[in-house]
Design a protein around this ligand. Sequence first.
Ligand code: FAD
Ligand code: NAD
Length: 475
Amino acid sequence: MAEAIDVVVIGAGPAGYPAAIRAAQNGLKVICVDAWLDRDGGSALGGTCLNAGCIPSKALLESSELFYRAQTEFAAHGIAATGVALDLAVMQRRRAGIVRNMTGGIASLFKAAGVTAIFGRGRLLPGHRVEVTGHDGSRSEIEARHVVLASGSVPTELKCAPFDHERIVDSWDALEFTTVPNKLCVVGAGVIGLELGSVWRRLGAEVVVLEALENFLAIADQQLAAEAARHFRKQRLDIRLGAKVTGAVVADGGVTVSYGDKGGAHTLSVDKVIVAVGRHPYTANLLAPGSGVELDERGFIQVDEQCRSGAKGVWAVGDCVRGPMLAHKGKEEGIAVADLIAGRYAHVNYEVIPSVIYTAPEIAWVGRTEQQLSSAGIGFKSGVFPFAASGRARAMEAGVGFVKILAARDTDTILGVHIVGPMAGELIAEATLAMEFQASAEDLQRTIHAHPTLAEALHEAALAVDKRAIDTINR
Ligand code: FAD
Ligand code: NAD
């Protein structure tokens, strides 16, 4: 006899687990089914983000940046740090410990909220029923009023360079290297390529990044991208644009990568290759025939603006639906769906989703780029403030990059904020809040910012929009 409950969430990543917790907060009876298995074969909540994405990558970015700065920056502070040495085993244990702690935290949150976690693979059957196959092969069925699909995404494989997970690896493998490769090739200069390329470069690998597009960071404001590229080159991250990989052959303990660019065909001999050419929705065995849920041509679950699928009472959120593949986007969708199910108001503002790349310098933006505004024929004013003119950034030995604010020429409404520089990922929160409240550049100009802070750069960039910056020359 199937047990009737209110909501079954399939997937406990950053889209699914907040949906489950909010649904429980709304007084609903909730089960969350998750299939994640860690390297030791144990179950873990948190999905890609906590187990193999956001959190472990940020742990290694932090550690590797400290290692790099100890060697390159401490001397400028008058600190003689000789004999700085890497203990990768300790660094990796720290990363694994953080992951364990955070995923265990979700189990505690579920317990406190009254969400029941079931470990196994969920499959949507017709009529709001979910079949669960446990990791031991056992089967059960749950009937629910609502089902939320939050099955996430998986790395995209290149046919010409298939993963062997030893020499040709995905991003999860690349977070768990036990030795620093001497020579590393990263395919794709996207977010993962830049973050993981930076980690292993800072730890001593020679890193070549092959990017198929001619434009670096085509999704970002191109002024921002150019500034970031300059710093990456200084760090000797060898980024080759317009480079299309044609093959990768594993032999003699290494990999030979072939690629073509404007200059012809080339080969590269490396120890390992990280393929980071994007991710695709994970919907394998998720939908039984007759479930009523449709996939689009790229495999994403089709949903409307409010994440409703074509089947009544079935919703989908996070990486398995359209929109940017970001943890915070999935979280907002999960929460919104749980509120809609409970009959409450909910809305996700897709126009104001911040993006952050956690390199050094950090890169962050929200809203539209100069190129997008120009091609849409929208009149705008631009204000730029360099961190070189920020007292706090100089004191931090981090006076690189800038804040750029784009505001509507006619209404002064902020349309986009683009930051490359220290703590850009933290600074973007103020810009996001300003845009969520439809603030004007003048609103930021009239907001007092503490001195000396990095956030003053936002204040000054807002002033620069009207050529009224104080701490830099207005251009
Ligand atoms: P996922 O996190 O993929 O979770 C889906 C869960 O569902 C998984 O546990 C999966 O096992 C489970 N599942 C799938 N199918 C079934 C099934 N049939 N039955 C039961 N369970 C199932 N985003 C950011 O915003 N910031 C970052 O800094 C960031 N860094 C990243 C770094 C890396 C290396 C990677 C790979 C990604 C990063 N991302 C980052 C992206 C982020 O991880 C994803 O956008 C986010 O995890 C998507 O959340 P989700 O809940 O939709 O899916
Ligand atoms: P991505 O889409 O960011 O970048 C992939 C890059 O690979 C693109 O620049 C693309 O042009 C290039 N590419 C595609 N095919 C190629 C080929 N054959 N040869 C060479 N280059 C090729 O994807 P990603 O870096 O794999 O990341 C996947 C997702 O994870 C992204 O959507 C991202 O939002 C998310 N993520 C976010 C963060 C963050 O928020 N800090 C960090 C990591 C990942």
